[in-house]
Design a protein around this ligand. Structure first.
Ligand SMILES: Nc1ccn([C@@H]2O[C@H](COP(=O)(O)OP(=O)(O)OP(=O)(O)O)[C@@H](O)[C@H]2O)c(=O)n1
Ligand SMILES: O=P(O)(O)OC[C@@H](O)[C@@H](O)[C@@H](O)CO
Length: 420
């Protein structure tokens, strides 16, 4: 009896959150488009709002999934298939969150019918983004928000090579067959089976042909695109084991779980801006040591100029260390955040630490009360929180004005400051 497959890595990090992830490693050099079936009603959540439109930290679930594809440079178009009554809502979400690759089309009465509509849309001229029909189509449930570029490139490459590819995960429960009277008929040897997950990939020809040839029964009762490729195109999908993050939001509790994962991930990474002050660098180094013991990423950079500007594009938080309350650096940071619309997708936390003490060289403006930052935390920057504290050279920490803490990083930073 084979051992069941081992579970994968921790759930605690959003895909694409690896601060040192090198998207340039992928080698997808052919056109790939995506179909996101999002036309369901989410009955099993028991909620009025279809789960794909339920908010997670103030943003609809489907926007996190769309963003996971938006950030992948080799994906040319994302067709989102929604119920007719949700067309305007989805178009508004795409516009509000700058999902520029998204095209919205009406779905069908079942998941397969919606996916088929999405695949057909890829041929329609107005759906083309870039050159013509894609070589590969990735199909991914819109309610699976945690998918990363590494898995997408594996699926796309395998689909191009084999005609079809699909993500799988180890089974957690054993699968049993029942008799019509509701008794156990037999159980399957779990180690020989896997759960079929998403994303899945197909050459356009395969998935197009599969949906052309399949029956109404397939369309109304089927749940597996890989089966259609095998049944109607003779194409055996290549199966690729994915990380545990590929799970699907199905029940109401899954929405809470997804929001908790997102929140946890957003508080995992910060960068400290120190200018060129030795005292600031020294405090930053202590912080970095403390963050490491809490398994959090903390990068130290002087400012957001030049190559460091790409920190504005990551879903990170920011700790600005200034000396003697100089507001100029934190003002520049907040202006950069606003220009980059960094708070559009996720709450951004700015922690302003200013060193005070006679022995520190005063730079520029006179010492400023921490409350001064509250003037800077203007409503013009929605969805961001500021916190500031004063670290005197004696090492004690006096907390300053704390505005509506939203992410865990402030609590952690505050406790970390006390540790330094
Ligand atoms: N007619 C349908 C039904 C489902 N889906 C989509 O297929 C994905 C996976 O389906 P599922 O989790 O079953 O979603 P729902 O059908 O909405 O859930 P339920 O069965 O609880 O109603 C979801 O993104 C869902 O929106 C779709 O595009 N069109
Ligand atoms: O059956 P549901 O509509 O809940 O979800 C669809 C899933 O079956 C599907 O996403 C994977 O099993 C892969 O095909």
């Amino acid at each position: 009896m084979e051992r069941p497959a081992d579970p994968g890595a921790s759930l605690a990090r959003l895909p694409g959150k690896d601060p040192h992830n090198n998207p340039g490693d992928v080698s997808v050099d052919f056109p790939v488009s995506v179909v996101l079936p999002a036309g369901g009603t989410g009955e099993r959540t028991g909620l009025q709002t279809p789960k794909q439109f339920c908010g997670l930290m103030g943003r609809p679930l489907i926007s996190y999934t769309a963003q996971a594809f938006e950030r992948v440079s080799w994906i040319q178009c994302v067709v989102v298939v929604v119920a007719t009554e949700s067309l305007a809502l989805m178009r508004d979400i795409a516009q509000r969150y700058r999902h520029s690759k998204v095209r919205v089309v009406p779905g069908g009465s079942t998941r397969h019918r919606s996916i088929r509509r999405g695949v057909q849309a890829l041929r329609e001229p107005e759906e083309q983004v870039g050159a013509g029909t894609p070589k590969v189509v990735i199909i991914h449930d819109a309610v699976r928000p945690f998918v990363d570029e590494d898995m997408l490139s594996k699926i796309a490459m395998a689909a191009k090579e084999h005609g079809a590819a699909g993500a799988i995960r180890p089974l957690v429960s054993t699968v049993i067959a029942t008799t019509s009277e509701g008794y156990l008929d037999h159980s399957l040897e779990r180690a020989k089976y896997r759960a079929s997950e998403m994303p899945q990939g197909f050459t356009y020809e395969v998935i197009h042909q599969a949906y052309q040839k399949c029956t109404d029964y397939d369309l109304d009762y089927g749940t597996e695109c890989l089966h259609l490729a095998l049944q109607y195109c003779g194409t055996n999908a290549k199966l690729i084991e994915g990380p545990p993050t590929l799970w699907k939001v199905t029940y109401k509790r899954d929405l809470a779980a997804a929001e908790s994962i997102i929140k946890e991930s957003l508080s995992q990474s910060s960068c400290v801006l120190t200018g060129d002050c030795p005292s600031a660098l020294s405090l930053a180094a202590s912080l970095q040591k403390a963050f490491t013991t809490q398994h959090m990423d903390l990068d130290i950079i002087p400012n957001l100029q030049g190559d460091h500007a790409n920190y504005l594009l990551k879903e990170w938080n920011f700790i600005q260390i200034s000396v003697n309350g100089s507001l100029s650096e934190v003002k520049a940071l907040l202006a950069s955040l606003q220009a980059a619309e960094r708070a559009l997708l996720n709450p951004v936390v700015v922690v302003w630490v200013h060193l005070s003490g006679a022995d520190l060289p005063s730079i520029g403006e006179t010492a400023t009360e921490p409350a001064a930052i509250s003037d800077l935390a203007s409503p013009r920057l929605e969805n961001w929180k500021t916190f500031c504290c004063t670290v005197s050279t004696s090492g004690s920490v006096r907390s300053g004005c704390e505005k509506r803490v939203k992410c865990g990083v402030i609590q952690k930073s505050k406790s970390l400051f006390k540790m330094c």
